[in-house]
Write a protein that binds this ligand. Structure first.
Ligand code: FPP
Length: 239
Protein backbone atom coordinates (compact mmCIF):
# COMPACT_ATOMS: atom_id res chain seq x y z
CA UNK A 1 0.00 0.00 0.00
CA UNK A 2 1.18 3.52 -0.79
CA UNK A 3 2.39 5.46 2.20
CA UNK A 4 0.10 8.48 2.53
CA UNK A 5 2.53 11.04 3.94
CA UNK A 6 5.93 11.41 2.30
CA UNK A 7 8.95 11.31 4.60
CA UNK A 8 10.72 14.28 2.98
CA UNK A 9 8.59 17.40 2.78
CA UNK A 10 9.38 20.78 1.23
CA UNK A 11 9.85 23.81 3.48
CA UNK A 12 8.08 26.20 1.14
CA UNK A 13 5.35 25.21 -1.33
CA UNK A 14 4.26 27.75 -3.95
CA UNK A 15 1.14 27.13 -6.04
CA UNK A 16 -0.16 28.61 -9.29
CA UNK A 17 -3.88 28.02 -8.81
CA UNK A 18 -5.13 27.70 -12.37
CA UNK A 19 -8.25 26.32 -14.01
CA UNK A 20 -11.21 27.81 -12.13
CA UNK A 21 -12.73 29.08 -15.37
CA UNK A 22 -12.34 25.75 -17.18
CA UNK A 23 -13.77 23.86 -14.20
CA UNK A 24 -16.88 26.06 -14.35
CA UNK A 25 -17.16 25.74 -18.12
CA UNK A 26 -17.00 21.95 -17.95
CA UNK A 27 -19.88 22.07 -15.51
CA UNK A 28 -21.77 24.64 -17.62
CA UNK A 29 -21.56 27.16 -14.79
CA UNK A 30 -20.53 30.79 -14.64
CA UNK A 31 -16.73 31.31 -14.18
CA UNK A 32 -17.46 32.88 -10.80
CA UNK A 33 -18.67 29.51 -9.52
CA UNK A 34 -15.21 28.13 -10.34
CA UNK A 35 -13.58 30.85 -8.24
CA UNK A 36 -15.97 30.15 -5.36
CA UNK A 37 -15.15 26.44 -5.29
CA UNK A 38 -11.49 27.47 -5.79
CA UNK A 39 -11.67 29.16 -2.40
CA UNK A 40 -12.69 25.82 -0.84
CA UNK A 41 -9.51 24.36 -2.34
CA UNK A 42 -7.49 27.24 -0.84
CA UNK A 43 -8.90 26.35 2.58
CA UNK A 44 -8.28 22.60 2.22
CA UNK A 45 -4.73 22.97 0.90
CA UNK A 46 -3.90 25.49 3.64
CA UNK A 47 -5.29 23.11 6.26
CA UNK A 48 -3.30 20.13 4.95
CA UNK A 49 -0.11 22.22 4.71
CA UNK A 50 -0.57 23.21 8.34
CA UNK A 51 -1.29 19.63 9.42
CA UNK A 52 1.84 18.38 7.68
CA UNK A 53 3.95 21.04 9.38
CA UNK A 54 5.17 22.65 6.15
CA UNK A 55 6.10 26.16 7.35
CA UNK A 56 5.54 28.28 4.20
CA UNK A 57 2.79 28.30 1.58
CA UNK A 58 2.52 30.90 -1.19
CA UNK A 59 -0.54 31.04 -3.44
CA UNK A 60 -0.82 32.97 -6.71
CA UNK A 61 -4.35 34.39 -6.50
CA UNK A 62 -4.29 37.47 -8.74
CA UNK A 63 -1.64 38.60 -11.17
CA UNK A 64 -0.93 42.14 -12.28
CA UNK A 65 -2.20 41.00 -15.72
CA UNK A 66 -5.51 39.74 -14.24
CA UNK A 67 -6.72 43.35 -13.94
CA UNK A 68 -7.46 43.24 -17.67
CA UNK A 69 -10.11 40.51 -17.25
CA UNK A 70 -13.77 41.54 -17.82
CA UNK A 71 -14.80 44.18 -15.30
CA UNK A 72 -17.54 41.99 -13.79
CA UNK A 73 -15.10 39.12 -13.13
CA UNK A 74 -12.55 41.45 -11.49
CA UNK A 75 -15.31 42.94 -9.34
CA UNK A 76 -16.45 39.49 -8.21
CA UNK A 77 -12.89 38.37 -7.49
CA UNK A 78 -12.43 41.45 -5.29
CA UNK A 79 -15.64 40.65 -3.42
CA UNK A 80 -14.55 37.05 -2.96
CA UNK A 81 -11.18 38.20 -1.69
CA UNK A 82 -12.85 40.43 0.92
CA UNK A 83 -15.16 37.62 1.95
CA UNK A 84 -12.26 35.16 2.12
CA UNK A 85 -10.30 37.44 4.47
CA UNK A 86 -13.32 37.98 6.68
CA UNK A 87 -14.24 34.30 6.92
CA UNK A 88 -10.72 32.91 7.18
CA UNK A 89 -9.36 35.15 9.94
CA UNK A 90 -10.83 32.98 12.74
CA UNK A 91 -9.46 29.85 11.01
CA UNK A 92 -6.00 31.46 10.77
CA UNK A 93 -6.08 32.43 14.43
CA UNK A 94 -7.20 28.98 15.52
CA UNK A 95 -4.50 27.27 13.48
CA UNK A 96 -1.58 29.60 14.14
CA UNK A 97 -1.42 30.82 10.54
CA UNK A 98 0.39 34.05 9.81
CA UNK A 99 -1.01 35.90 6.80
CA UNK A 100 1.10 37.83 4.34
CA UNK A 101 0.55 39.53 0.97
CA UNK A 102 3.08 39.90 -1.82
CA UNK A 103 2.42 42.19 -4.76
CA UNK A 104 1.25 45.71 -5.48
CA UNK A 105 -1.24 46.08 -2.64
CA UNK A 106 -1.67 49.77 -3.48
CA UNK A 107 -3.66 48.70 -6.58
CA UNK A 108 -6.58 47.53 -4.39
CA UNK A 109 -9.45 49.53 -2.92
CA UNK A 110 -8.79 51.29 0.36
CA UNK A 111 -11.28 48.95 2.04
CA UNK A 112 -9.42 45.84 0.86
CA UNK A 113 -6.06 47.36 1.78
CA UNK A 114 -7.25 47.93 5.32
CA UNK A 115 -8.54 44.35 5.43
CA UNK A 116 -5.08 43.11 4.35
CA UNK A 117 -3.48 45.25 7.06
CA UNK A 118 -5.91 44.03 9.67
CA UNK A 119 -5.40 40.31 8.89
CA UNK A 120 -1.62 40.75 8.63
CA UNK A 121 -1.53 42.54 11.98
CA UNK A 122 -3.94 40.19 13.75
CA UNK A 123 -2.02 37.09 12.65
CA UNK A 124 1.50 38.49 13.06
CA UNK A 125 2.26 36.46 16.20
CA UNK A 126 1.12 33.14 14.72
CA UNK A 127 3.93 30.68 14.22
CA UNK A 128 2.71 27.47 12.58
CA UNK A 129 2.51 28.46 8.92
CA UNK A 130 3.21 31.59 6.89
CA UNK A 131 0.49 31.85 4.23
CA UNK A 132 1.41 34.36 1.55
CA UNK A 133 -1.12 35.34 -1.08
CA UNK A 134 0.25 36.90 -4.27
CA UNK A 135 -2.08 39.74 -5.24
CA UNK A 136 -1.59 42.10 -8.16
CA UNK A 137 1.69 40.27 -8.39
CA UNK A 138 4.25 40.29 -11.20
CA UNK A 139 7.65 38.66 -10.86
CA UNK A 140 9.31 41.08 -13.26
CA UNK A 141 7.83 44.04 -11.44
CA UNK A 142 9.12 42.66 -8.14
CA UNK A 143 12.62 42.47 -9.62
CA UNK A 144 12.44 45.94 -11.18
CA UNK A 145 11.10 47.36 -7.91
CA UNK A 146 14.00 45.78 -6.01
CA UNK A 147 16.48 47.24 -8.51
CA UNK A 148 14.91 50.69 -8.12
CA UNK A 149 15.04 50.52 -4.32
CA UNK A 150 18.64 49.29 -4.43
CA UNK A 151 19.63 52.12 -6.77
CA UNK A 152 18.05 54.63 -4.35
CA UNK A 153 19.84 53.17 -1.33
CA UNK A 154 23.14 52.91 -3.21
CA UNK A 155 22.87 56.59 -4.15
CA UNK A 156 22.25 57.48 -0.52
CA UNK A 157 25.25 55.36 0.46
CA UNK A 158 23.07 53.02 2.60
CA UNK A 159 24.45 49.99 0.76
CA UNK A 160 27.87 49.42 -0.72
CA UNK A 161 27.85 45.84 -1.96
CA UNK A 162 25.19 44.56 -4.33
CA UNK A 163 25.11 40.78 -4.45
CA UNK A 164 22.39 38.08 -4.41
CA UNK A 165 21.98 38.38 -0.66
CA UNK A 166 21.50 42.15 -0.87
CA UNK A 167 19.07 41.73 -3.74
CA UNK A 168 16.85 39.33 -1.82
CA UNK A 169 16.50 41.88 0.96
CA UNK A 170 14.65 44.16 -1.44
CA UNK A 171 12.05 41.62 -2.57
CA UNK A 172 8.50 41.67 -1.16
CA UNK A 173 9.15 38.96 1.44
CA UNK A 174 12.88 38.91 2.28
CA UNK A 175 12.45 36.69 5.34
CA UNK A 176 10.73 33.87 3.46
CA UNK A 177 13.00 31.18 2.00
CA UNK A 178 12.78 30.45 -1.73
CA UNK A 179 10.14 27.84 -2.56
CA UNK A 180 11.56 24.35 -2.92
CA UNK A 181 8.39 23.08 -4.62
CA UNK A 182 6.15 24.82 -7.17
CA UNK A 183 2.84 23.25 -8.14
CA UNK A 184 0.78 24.41 -11.10
CA UNK A 185 -2.72 23.04 -11.64
CA UNK A 186 -4.62 22.59 -14.91
CA UNK A 187 -1.78 21.47 -17.12
CA UNK A 188 -0.12 24.62 -18.44
CA UNK A 189 3.70 24.41 -18.51
CA UNK A 190 4.34 28.07 -17.72
CA UNK A 191 5.59 30.18 -14.84
CA UNK A 192 3.26 33.07 -15.73
CA UNK A 193 5.49 35.71 -14.15
CA UNK A 194 5.37 34.05 -10.70
CA UNK A 195 8.31 34.38 -8.28
CA UNK A 196 10.83 34.64 -11.12
CA UNK A 197 13.78 35.41 -8.86
CA UNK A 198 12.84 32.87 -6.20
CA UNK A 199 12.31 29.78 -8.40
CA UNK A 200 15.92 29.48 -9.60
CA UNK A 201 16.31 25.97 -8.09
CA UNK A 202 12.68 25.12 -7.36
CA UNK A 203 11.30 21.70 -8.29
CA UNK A 204 8.32 22.17 -10.60
CA UNK A 205 5.25 19.94 -10.69
CA UNK A 206 2.38 20.35 -13.15
CA UNK A 207 -0.89 18.45 -12.81
CA UNK A 208 -3.86 18.38 -15.19
CA UNK A 209 -6.24 18.61 -12.24
CA UNK A 210 -8.13 21.93 -12.24
CA UNK A 211 -7.72 24.06 -9.12
CA UNK A 212 -11.28 23.57 -7.72
CA UNK A 213 -10.63 19.80 -7.84
CA UNK A 214 -7.13 20.03 -6.34
CA UNK A 215 -7.63 18.69 -2.83
CA UNK A 216 -5.79 16.65 -0.18
CA UNK A 217 -5.37 13.47 -2.26
CA UNK A 218 -3.87 15.30 -5.26
CA UNK A 219 -1.69 17.44 -2.97
CA UNK A 220 -0.26 14.39 -1.20
CA UNK A 221 0.46 12.82 -4.56
CA UNK A 222 2.38 15.96 -5.60
CA UNK A 223 4.31 15.91 -2.32
CA UNK A 224 5.19 12.25 -2.81
CA UNK A 225 6.58 13.19 -6.21
CA UNK A 226 8.71 15.88 -4.53
CA UNK A 227 10.01 13.37 -1.99
CA UNK A 228 11.29 11.15 -4.83
CA UNK A 229 13.26 13.92 -6.50
CA UNK A 230 16.95 14.36 -6.10
CA UNK A 231 17.94 17.98 -5.64
CA UNK A 232 21.44 18.85 -6.77
CA UNK A 233 21.49 22.68 -6.97
CA UNK A 234 23.76 22.54 -10.01
CA UNK A 235 26.16 20.16 -8.27
CA UNK A 236 26.91 16.57 -9.30
CA UNK A 237 25.43 13.43 -7.80
CA UNK A 238 27.39 11.90 -4.90
CA UNK A 239 28.42 8.29 -5.45
C1 FPP B 1 -7.13 30.85 -12.21
O1 FPP B 1 -8.24 30.32 -12.83
C2 FPP B 1 -7.49 31.46 -10.98
C3 FPP B 1 -7.49 32.80 -10.73
C4 FPP B 1 -7.16 33.86 -11.68
C5 FPP B 1 -7.86 33.30 -9.44
C6 FPP B 1 -7.54 32.41 -8.30
C7 FPP B 1 -8.50 32.72 -7.31
C8 FPP B 1 -9.04 31.87 -6.44
C9 FPP B 1 -8.65 30.47 -6.23
C10 FPP B 1 -10.11 32.34 -5.58
C11 FPP B 1 -9.75 33.54 -4.84
C12 FPP B 1 -8.59 33.30 -3.95
C13 FPP B 1 -8.47 33.85 -2.78
C14 FPP B 1 -7.27 33.61 -1.96
C15 FPP B 1 -9.54 34.70 -2.26
P1 FPP B 1 -8.63 30.92 -14.23
O2 FPP B 1 -9.78 31.83 -14.02
O3 FPP B 1 -7.44 31.53 -14.88
O4 FPP B 1 -9.07 29.62 -14.96
P2 FPP B 1 -9.00 29.31 -16.52
O5 FPP B 1 -7.54 29.41 -16.91
O6 FPP B 1 -9.53 27.92 -16.60
O7 FPP B 1 -9.86 30.33 -17.19
Amino acid sequence: MKKAIPDRLPTHVAIIMDGNGRWARHKKLNRVEGHKVGIDSVREITEVTRELGIPYLTLYAFSKENWSRPREEVKTLMELLGLYLELELPFMMKNGIRFNVIGETGDFSKALQSQFDNVIKSTSRNRNLVLSIALSYSGRREIVRAARLIAGDAKKGVIKRIDEKTFKRYLYAPAIPDPDFLIRTSGEMRLSNFLLWQVAYTEIYVTDILWPDFRKKAYLEALRDFARRERRFGNIKEY
